[in-house]
Design a protein. Structure first.
Lengths: 408, 408
C-alpha cells in the first residue's frame, strides 16, 4: 500500500474521471418508480402502437374508391351505418356505399381505407353527402405506425426521463429492469460531535452537521445512503465502522478523522487494509486539503475534511458529479458566469483555492465579494452564492479584475 | 360564469404569473425531511455557535501577557498543565506561567486569552518554550462568533437548501416549521384509456400515458399528487370525480375530456360550478389549443389535451414553473440556445406553434431538424431534444435560418 503525495486539482479530477462504473446488479421495478433510473436491458414494446387502425380526425370512415368522383358540385351520398367514438369497438364492416362516423382516435371499421373530414360532408338523417375525393390511407393511422410490436424502444443503459416513461407506458410496460442504485455509507468522526437529538451541549462539543448535509447531498445524486453514526476518534471503533461500511455498501464517505492533534486517524486505519489502493491523499486546495480517495476491495472510499463548509465544498467540486456518473443521474451543469471583482481578494500562495464568494450589487452592477469568515464557520457556506477558483501562484485578485463564478 | 375567447401564449403566461400563492397551512417536520421546503416562520438559533471559546489552530493556550517579551532570541518557558483535544472539557484553569495544549476546535481553558501555534514553540517534557509574542485574542474563536443564540438564522419564506440545512444543524435544530406542500389530484378521461395493469388490449383501447408521465412531472415540482384514476367520458362520472378532487386537493389537473365528437365534456361539467372563474379557455398554440385554466372555490384547475405529447408540452411550457412557484421549489431554468435550422420546417398560420425538434450533426455543426411525427405519436416526444417557437404568422422556416431551441 502506498500513500501518495499531495496532488493538484486537475490530477484529482482526472483520477475520478478514470473510474467509470460500479457493478451494482439489476432489479425489476414498476414504471412509477423508474424515473432517473438506468435500464439494465434493452426494452421491447409489448404491442404495436397503435395496435388497431385509427382515425386522425373527426370524420367518416369510407371506402376511398366510393369517393373518387366526389366534387364540390358533385356530392356522393353514403349510408351512415355506425357511430364509433374513441374507445368503441366497431360492430359493423363497411360495404360499398356505406360509411361510419369516427371520432379522433377511434378504431376504423373493417374494409374502410380512408377518413373524410366532417368539413367536407353534409348530413341528412343517415345519409352523408360527400363533396371531396380522398385517396386510400387518408387520415388513417396504421397499426404499428408509431411503435412496432417487439421493437426495441429503449436501449440498455438509458436514463429514464419523462419521455422515456411515456414511451414505456404507451407500450403497455408495467415493470422494467434497471441497475440497482449504488449504496453509500456515511460516517462522521470526532469526539466533539453530538447529534441534534441531544438538547444540552457540553463545553467542547458541537452539533454534527455533515450527517445531515452530506446525507442529503449524496441522496440528491441518486445514490442510496445510510448514515452509520458518529464515530469516536478511536482506532478500534473507526476500524470496525469502516469494516461494517465496506460490508454493506459500494461507497464509503467519511468526514473528519483528522482532528487528533497527533495525526490522521483515518489514514492510519486505512493502512490496515490489504487490497487498498490509495489514489489520492491530499489535494493542493483550500479548503479541503486532507481529502483522501481510495479503492478498497472494489469499493470506493472518500475521507473528507471535518469542517462542514470544507466538506460540502469538496463535495460540490469533486464528488457530486462523480456520484451522479455512478448512479446514472443527469450530471449537474456547473453554472458559471464571468463577473467583476468588487473588492480586493487575498489568497494563500501554494494552494489552489476555492474561495466562496457572494454576489452583491455595486453601482448598479452585480459584482463578486469575498466571504470573510473562514471554513470553520458554517455561515461561510450559508451566505455564499458560489465560488471562484484562485490559482496556486496568485496571492491577490484586484478589485476590477474579472473572474468566473461557479454558482452552488 | 363566462367562457373566454382563445388567447395568446403571452396572455396565458401573464395570467399564470398573476396567481401568486396558495394558502396551504404549515407543518412541523424533521431537519432530514426539510430539503427544498419553505420555512413558514423565522427560525432562531437555539445556541451560540460556537457555544464555547475554541482554538482555531493546533497550539498552546496561554495568557497572552505571559508572551509579550518572547522573541526568537528570547524564549519564554511555560509549564504545560493539560492536553485538550477536540471534544474534551478543560479540567484546569491557567495561572500566569502556565499553558495547555489545544487541538484545532478544542475548548480553551479558563483564563487563557490566546493560542500560540505549535510552530513557534519547543517542548521539553512539560516545559514549553515560546519564541513569539501574541496579542490577546490570537487564534481564539469567541462564543457566538459564527451565530448568536436566538439570532434569526433563517427567515420565513426561505427555500431550504443544503447550506440552510447546515446552518440549522449547527444551531442544534431538529425540527422546523414549513409550509405544507400543495396537493394535486390528477385525472385521465377517455373511454379509450386502459391501465398498464391490463395486459390484453381490445381494439379501440390505448394505454393511459398521462397517469404515469404527468404524475411524475407534477411530483418533480414539489407538489404532492394523487392519481384519481381513469374517468369514462360520462357527465355524471366526471362531475363526481372533479367534486372529489376539489374536496381533497388544492390543484386539479385533468387530461382529455375532449374526445367526444359532439363537444367538450370537461367544459360542460365546469359550467355547473357556482364559484368558478374560467381564466383561460383555449390558447392559440399547437399542440395544445384546448387547454383550460380555472379557479373554483379558491382551488386551481387545469384541463390539458389528452394526447400525451401535447399534454407534456403544455406542462413544460406553462405548468412546470407555475407549480414550482406554488410549492416553492427552485424554478426550472429553461435552457435555450440559438442554432441553425438544418431543413425547411412548416407550420400552420394562425397558431403559435411549439414545434418539437431534434438536434443532429450536419457538416460538423449541430443543427435543428423537425420531428416529423405529429402530436398523436408518443415517439414525437421521445425523440425530441427540445422545441422551437414558431410565430402565428409564419408558415415556413427556411433551412439556414437561426432559431432558439428550448431544451427539455
Amino acid at each position: 500500500m502506498k500513500f501518495l503525495k499531495t496532488i493538484k486539482v486537475e490530477e484529482f479530477k482526472d483520477i475520478l474521471e478514470s473510474i467509470s462504473e460500479l457493478k451494482t446488479g439489476e432489479e425489476y421495478i414498476t414504471i412509477e418508480e423508474c424515473f432517473n433510473r438506468i435500464t439494465s436491458r434493452d426494452i421491447q414494446s409489448r404491442i404495436d402502437v397503435p395496435h388497431f387502425r385509427k382515425s386522425r380526425m373527426d370524420g367518416f370512415a369510407v371506402i376511398a374508391e366510393d369517393t373518387f368522383n366526389a366534387e364540390e358540385d358533385n356530392f356522393i351520398n353514403l349510408e351512415l351505418i355506425e357511430t364509433i367514438q374513441a374507445g368503441d369497438i366497431p360492430q359493423k364492416e363497411l360495404s360499398s356505399g356505406q360509411c361510419s362516423y369516427v371520432a379522433t382516435g377511434a378504431a376504423i371499421p373493417e374494409n374502410a381505407n380512408g377518413v373524410i373530414m366532417v368539413e367536407f360532408t353534409e348530413s341528412q338523417g343517415n345519409i352523408i353527402s360527400i363533396s371531396k375525393a380522398i385517396t386510400p390511407g387518408t387520415h388513417i393511422i396504421e397499426i404499428g405506425h408509431d411503435i412496432k410490436k417487439e421493437a426495441i424502444i429503449v436501449n440498455k443503459g438509458t436514463i429514464i426521463n419523462l419521455a422515456t416513461m411515456g414511451i414505456l407506458a404507451s407500450s403497455g410496460i408495467k415493470d422494467v429492469w434497471v441497475f440497482k442504485q449504488p449504496k453509500a455509507s456515511l460516517l462522521s468522526t470526532g469526539n466533539e460531535l453530538i447529534s441534534q437529538e441531544i438538547k444540552t451541549l457540553e463545553v467542547g462539543k458541537i452539533y454534527d452537521v455533515n450527517s445531515i448535509v452530506l446525507k442529503k447531498a449524496i441522496e440528491n445524486t441518486g445514490v442510496l445512503v445510510d448514515f452509520l453514526g458518529i464515530i469516536k476518534d478511536d482506532y478500534e471503533e473507526l476500524k470496525k465502522a469502516i469494516d461494517d461500511a465496506l460490508e454493506n455498501s459500494d461507497i464509503v464517505i467519511l468526514s473528519g478523522g483528522t482532528s487528533k492533534g497527533e495525526g490522521d486517524l483515518g489514514p492510519k486505519v486505512l493502512e490496515e487494509y490489504d487490497n487498498i489502493e490509495i489514489l489520492v491523499h491530499g489535494v493542493k486546495i483550500k479548503p479541503g486539503k486532507p481529502i483522501i480517495f481510495a479503492k478498497i476491495q472494489n469499493k470506493i472510499m472518500f475521507i473528507l475534511p471535518g469542517y462542514p463548509t470544507s466538506a460540502l465544498s469538496c463535495f460540490y467540486v469533486f464528488i457530486d458529479n462523480f456520484l451522479r456518473k455512478l448512479s446514472g443521474f443527469p450530471l449537474k451543469d456547473n453554472f458559471s458566469k464571468e463577473m467583476e471583482v468588487g473588492e480586493r481578494i487575498y489568497s494563500t500562495v501554494g494552494r489552489h483555492e476555492f474561495k466562496t464568494v457572494k454576489i452583491q450589487e455595486d453601482g448598479g452592477v452585480n459584482k463578486i465579494f469575498p466571504i470573510k469568515t473562514g471554513s470553520e464557520a458554517i455561515s461561510t457556506m450559508f451566505y455564499a452564492d458560489g465560488y471562484i477558483e484562485i490559482d496556486e501562484l496568485e496571492s491577490i485578485i484586484e478589485k476590477g479584475d474579472k473572474r468566473k463564478v461557479y454558482f452552488f
